[in-house]
Every structure is written in C-alpha cells, then in structure tokens.
Design a protein around this ligand. Structure first.
Ligand SMILES: [Zn+2]
Length: 318
C-alpha cells in the first residue's frame, strides 16, 4: 500500500508527502478520525516512503512515493520489518500497558537495524492509560532524529493534551458514499444496488465496506432485506406476528453477537431505504426500534430478549 493508493484522504496524504519532500517531518504524528477510513494504512504507507530503497521520483528528482516492491517495502507490508512496529492493546487487555511503552523506549534507544527511520505506530492510542501516556510523553519530549512515532486514534480528545500538543495532527475524514460505491463496483464486481446498499451501510468507512463486501455477510444482507420487507407486509395485511417463528429466528441469529450487530446495521439501512421512498410514521417507529435495540445490545443487555422484543415490534401492525 503506497501513499498514492490511500483512498479519499488526499489532504492528509499530501501533507505527509510534502513534509517528506521538504525533509521537515515531525517526530510525532497523531492521525485521528473514524474507524475504517485508512489511518493505519496511511501510517504504514508513510513508514514505507521513509524507508523505501527505490522510491518513485517526479520530474525534478523528488521522491513522491514508495515503490511497494523493494525489500524494505515488502517487509513493512508483511509486518516483519525490524524497524517498523505496531504497538497496540494486547489480547484480553483493556489498555496499552506501561510496560509496552517501556519496551518501546528501549528499542528507540537502539540503532536502527536496516531502515533509515524507525517507525513506531501506536494503534488505538485512545487506549493508552494515564501512566502509559505520561511515559510516552517523556519520549516525545526528547526528539530523536532516527525515529518517527505515529499515534492512531479515533478520538482526538481522548488523547492526553500534553501528548496531543507534541504531535502534528492529521484529521482523517469519512469517505463520500459515492466514492465507496465506485470502489465496490470496481474491486468486487458488485452490482449497482448492492454497492450502494453497502456504501450507505459503511457510513464513509471503506474498511467497513470491504468487510461487508466479503461473502460471509451475504446472508445477513439478504436476511435484513427479508425482515424489512416482511415488516412492511405485515403492516399492510394487518396480521399479527407469528411468535413461534420469531423465537426460532432469534435462537438462530443470536449465536454470534457480531452477526446480530451486522444484521441490525443492515436492517436500519433496509428500512431507511423504504422510508426514503415512502416516509410513514410506522416506518419511522420501526427504524427507531432497531436503533434502540442496537443501543441495548451494545450496553450488554440480554441479546435474545432484545431481539425478540424488536422482532415482535417490527411485525406488529400499528
Ligand atoms: Zn520500496
């Protein structure tokens, strides 16, 4: 992944490229913005350009991008470059531990092994706890020419102000839906309708759109359309819900929380699409019902009860 392959983040990419060309890059960056818009990929692309052995040049002989093919670029891409490292929350931990930052400091003190620059990407930096943040601050206060540190965080204000003020901040934005749709059609050979559905679902996060483009969620997409269509049909027919069918459905879908949340996202988009064509109070209530259910599940209420209640509400004519 080269800088020029990063999609929809031209402002940030251009700033990075310019600072590289001018040789005036910061020792620390903070990339902020929603999940799935390319912050981590950009950090790796920047690590590549900083260490590339055969970078591409413009007509004036200035480096404009990494080659993505040399030994160094390949190692970074395969996550085995000795001088480029991603530090993140360890499995089963809630935050980035102080010991991890201590380790980082030890490695910063060593000479780089094969790269020109040592690059440390602190992913999910919102999960640096106070101790780790304060420890990291010491590193940021003692600039080291051979080192670039990139903090990647969803929320700018979740970073300690003293740390924030030591970093050059680059804001990453949600990608326009049309752009995402275009990419889905091009890269996944997707039909127009499905691509625009997933683009809407992803809310400007290409990473999320790519996940939905995978086949594993195909059944969830289909299911959400069926539930939405069924909810509308019940309303027209004034039929009452088939409780037994609902309980059975709940049992099936509730095996996996990820599936349930995916389903609720898809369902919201499906209902919203009906709403745009035909805005009724009933549909508005149904969308609210799904959003409420989503909130409840995120707050860890009993998933089965929440889904049962939602299905009954969706299928009950008002
Ligand atoms: Zn290269």
């Amino acid at each position: 992944m080269k800088l020029s392959d990063v999609i929809g983040q031209d402002v940030s990419v251009n700033i990075l490229r310019k600072t590289f060309i001018n040789g005036r890059y910061s020792q620390a960056y903070l990339f902020t913005g929603p999940e799935g818009v390319g912050k981590r990929l950009t950090a790796l692309a920047f690590a590549q350009i900083l260490n590339c052995r055969e970078p591409s040049m413009d007509f004036d002989g200035k480096t404009i991008d990494a080659c993505d093919e040399c030994d160094s670029c390949r190692k970074i891409r395969d996550s085995n470059h000795p001088d480029v490292e991603i530090i993140t929350v360890e499995e089963k931990r809630k935050d980035i531990r102080l010991e991890q930052i201590h380790e980082l400091q030890k490695r910063i003190a060593l000479k780089s092994m094969e790269g020109r620059k040592k690059v440390y990407i602190i992913d999910d930096a919102n999960r640096l706890n106070r101790e780790s943040s304060n420890c990291l601050l010491k590193t940021l206060e003692e600039p080291n020419e051979d080192v670039v540190i990139i903090l990647v965080a969803r929320n700018l204000y979740g970073i300690l102000p003293t740390v924030r003020s030591r970093c050059q901040i680059l804001k990453f934005k949600a990608i326009p839906q049309d752009k995402i749709k275009e990419i889905l059609i091009e890269n996944h050979d997707m039909d127009d309708d499905k691509a625009s559905f997933i683009a809407e679902l992803s809310q400007g996060r290409l990473g999320v759109a790519e996940q939905y483009a995978g086949e594993e969620v195909e059944h969830v997409l289909e299911l959400s359309r069926r539930i939405a269509a069924n909810a509308l049909r019940q309303k027209r027919r004034k039929e009452y819900p088939d409780y037994e069918k609902i309980f059975k459905f709940t049992e099936e879908i509730c095996r996996d929380k990820g599936d349930v949340l995916n389903l609720l996202n898809c369902l919201t988009v499906s209902l919203r699409r009906f709403f745009i064509k035909n805005p009724t109070n009933d549909l508005h209530k149904k969308i609210e019902t799904v959003l409420n259910t989503q909130n409840l599940i995120m707050r860890n209420v009993n998933m089965r009860t929440a889904i049962n209640d939602m299905m009954i509400k969706l299928e009950t004519p008002h």
